[in-house]
Design a protein around this ligand. Structure first.
Ligand SMILES: Cc1cc2nc3c(=O)[nH]c(=O)nc-3n(C[C@H](O)[C@H](O)[C@H](O)COP(=O)(O)OP(=O)(O)OC[C@H]3O[C@@H](n4cnc5c(N)ncnc54)[C@H](O)[C@@H]3O)c2cc1C
Length: 504
């Protein structure tokens, strides 16, 4: 199958040459593989490279583009576009910092997308068929499916395995709204192929993907309407975190339609018209393009999973136990196909669990992983561990310490005061069970708290970690100070007072 990525410029030609080379000659299959991996996104690539590096015989099967969503239609292109949109945001806010920018800031959408394609092509070398071949992995380009209890078939070639891994990822969920398919819409699979800015853009779904792209397109000059079923955007996050971003969206001119249920889409001569019911009555919005980011569905179809006894759910994906073993003990799964945390770093670390468990009878557990995440809006929202509501549901009593960024010197100097650091500890102690950060660079800051949780470092200890002054990460140390101050009970204070009086 020849694969085409639009627009067919030199960057996309280079991308395809790396991650789905048209002239790829499949290797002669080994008599039997230690591991056959279906899907060469992050989960499949990490599994294949890690296993081959340990000396396993590995086959990797990819039907479309190696690198999967992250490289081709996810993290990499979105973050490259977001970078350009941040520059626009900064230039528009420059006057407040005393820097006049003459005239209107006019982003060149075509140039932004070209830059993105260049970056994607450059990074595609890491995920290339050639590189994986050189790592000792047998790469097969084509649709893989189970053809027997120990066999995967690709393009008529049969690959026999001792163990197999399903790493086929997920795709955009297409909501069933009358008229939507007829009107036509974009998803993450097609939006990065745009070369011209849509003048009016509807974004359906205010989860991380919808929010990141809504803000980016708004800054790049589109009139954006963001539709969401929930009462606030990013409903996986705490309301106090999401409301900061929601205010920023409104200030930037994003038109929010919340509590919205899309009822139909009509196509007129010059627009796509979305109709929806909301708690405030019906709403009609005319746009030029619709971008759907309304959840992800797992790629479970056509794999022959039923025939090999692998149970799955069409919405939740392949069912796995804590060792990432499917209901067929010889078959494992990793990444978006089986995880509720659909992130590249989760796919990566689930793959590491699979390598150990599948090849070395390891006992690694998914539940032992501490998986943070970040939504790369401006400000960013990053989280790790429990939210307050999770703690309440699980009956975990917590104390919460919160430091607004408006009290952090560097954030004030930077003019980036919107946000906070919030840390939850087990009640009465300092064991960190969760944290949320809303800040310009929350994604960089959350790792300190993830490290503390992973290494069992308490919040009180974080107060003794010297942070360079002034940095926004000092907010974390200051939250540690807040905890330590709670330990200064009236009795301890009285004792200190007595000692100081005595030694005066
Ligand atoms: C717009 C967007 C932005 C994102 N941004 C971030 C971010 O900033 N940070 C982050 O951590 N995560 C982000 N994600 C999520 C991240 O992309 C995914 O979590 C990650 O790609 C999952 O990796 P995976 O290997 O499980 O699946 P995938 O990357 O989906 O890879 C699965 C692969 O399997 C192949 N495949 C499927 N079926 C078959 C078959 N039958 N035979 C052969 N091959 C098959 C597919 O073609 C695909 O290449 C983003 C996602 C999107 C959509």
């Amino acid at each position: 199958m020849t694969v085409e990525v639009l627009p067919g410029d030199t960057y996309n030609t280079e991308l395809v040459a790396n991650v789905h080379p048209p002239d790829w000659r499949p290797p002669n299959p080994a008599p039997r593989y230690n591991l056959v991996v279906i899907g060469a996104g992050t989960a499949g690539l990490v599994t294949a490279a890690g296993a081959a590096g340990l000396g396993a015989r590995v086959a990797l099967v990819e039907r479309y583009l190696m690198g999967g969503d992250c490289l081709n239609v996810g993290c990499v292109p979105s973050k490259a576009v977001i970078r350009s949109s941040r520059v626009v945001g900064d230039l528009r806010a420059a006057a407040a910092l005393g820097v006049g920018v003459p005239g209107e800031v006019e982003p060149d959408f075509g140039a932004v997308m070209e830059r993105m394609r260049g970056i994607r092509a450059r990074l595609s070398r890491h995920d290339s068929a050639e590189r994986f071949h050189n790592l000792g992995v047998d790469v097969f380009l084509g649709e893989g499916r189970f053809a027997g209890p120990d066999t995967v078939e690709v393009n008529g070639t049969r690959l026999r395995f001792r163990k197999a891994v399903v790493a086929t990822g997920a795709r955009a969920h297409n909501p069933e709204v009358p008229g939507l398919a007829e009107a036509g819409f974009l998803t993450n699979e097609t939006v990065f192929g745009l070369t011209e800015r849509p003048r009016r853009l509807a974004v359906v779904g205010a989860g991380p993907i919808g929010c990141e792209l809504a803000q980016a397109f708004r800054r790049l000059g589109s009139e954006v309407t963001l539709f969401h079923t929930g009462g606030h955007i990013l409903n996986r996050e705490d309301a106090d975190a999401a409301s900061i971003l929601q205010r920023a969206f409104v200030d930037e001119g994003i038109h929010l339609v919340l509590d919205a249920r899309l009822t139909r889409v009509e196509r007129s001569a010059d627009a796509k018209v979305l109709e929806c019911e909301t708690s405030r009555g019906p709403v009609r919005v005319a746009v030029d393009e619709i971008l759907v980011g309304a959840g992800r569905v797992p790629n479970v179809e056509g794999l022959g999973l039923d025939a090999v006894g692998v149970l799955y759910h069409p919405r939740d994906g392949v069912r796995v136990n804590d060792r990432l073993q499917t209901t067929n003990p010889r078959i494992y799964a990793a990444g978006d196909i089986c995880l509720s945390e659909k992130f590249t770093h989760a796919a990566d670390f689930s793959a590491r669990v699979v390598i150990q468990n599948a090849l070395f009878m390891g006992r690694k557990r998914l539940s032992a992983l501490t998986i943070p995440w970040c939504t790369y809006t401006d400000p960013e929202i990053a989280h790790v561990g429990l939210h307050e509501r999770d703690a309440a549901e699980r009956g975990v009593a917590i104390d919460t310490y919160r430091r607004p960024m408006s009290e952090v010197d560097r954030a004030v100097a930077d003019g980036e005061e919107d946000g906070f650091v919030k840390v939850h500890v087990r009640k009465g102690g300092d064991r960190i069970v969760g944290a949320t950060i809303v800040a310009r660079h929350a994604g960089e800051m959350i790792s300190e708290l993830t490290l503390a949780m992973t290494a069992g470092v308490g919040l009180g200890r974080l107060a003794s970690v010297i942070h360079p002054y002034p940095t926004q990460a000092e907010a974390i140390r200051q939250v540690g100070d807040m905890y330590n101050r709670t330990r200064l009970t009236p009795r301890v204070k009285r004792l200190f007072g007595a000692w100081l009086r005595w030694t005066r």
